[in-house]
Design a protein around this ligand. Structure first.
Ligand code: ZN
Length: 107
C-alpha cells in the first residue's frame, strides 16, 4: 500500500499574506480585508523598516498593478466561493516534517 501526503490550503483558510524582506527577512503580515490592496501598494513602494532596503516596486508599474490585483483577488475569493458547491484548495509544498512522516521517515 502506498500513501501520498498532500498539503492543501482552502481559500477560506487564507487569513493573511506574509511579505518578507529579501535582505533581513523581517516579515510584514497583511491580513486579508477590503483595504489590503491599498496596504500592499503602500508597503511595496516603501522600504524595509528594519534594514531600510527598498522593496523595489515603482509607482504605476505593471509589477505594482499585478501585485495589487493579486491582493484584491485574494480578498474577493472568500466572497466568491461562499455558498457555492465548489471548494478552491491550493496545493502547497508540504513542510519537511510532514513529508518525512508520509514517506515512513522518523522525526
Ligand atoms: Zn529588511
Amino acid at each position: 500500500m502506498t500513501f501520498e501526503k498532500k498539503c492543501l490550503v482552502e481559500s477560506a483558510d487564507i487569513l493573511a499574506v506574509h511579505y518578507e524582506c529579501g535582505e533581513c527577512h523581517a516579515t510584514i503580515v497583511v491580513p486579508i480585508h477590503k483595504g489590503s490592496p491599498q496596504q500592499v501598494m503602500m508597503l511595496a513602494m516603501s522600504k524595509c523598516a528594519y534594514c531600510q532596503t527598498a522593496f523595489g516596486f515603482g509607482v504605476g508599474t505593471s509589477d505594482m498593478e499585478r501585485l495589487c490585483a493579486f491582493s484584491e483577488q485574494l480578498q474577493r475569493l472568500n466572497e466568491i466561493m461562499k455558498g457555492k458547491n465548489l471548494k478552491l484548495k491550493l496545493e502547497i509544498k508540504c513542510p519537511e516534517s510532514f513529508a518525512s512522516r508520509a514517506s515512513g521517515g522518523t522525526d
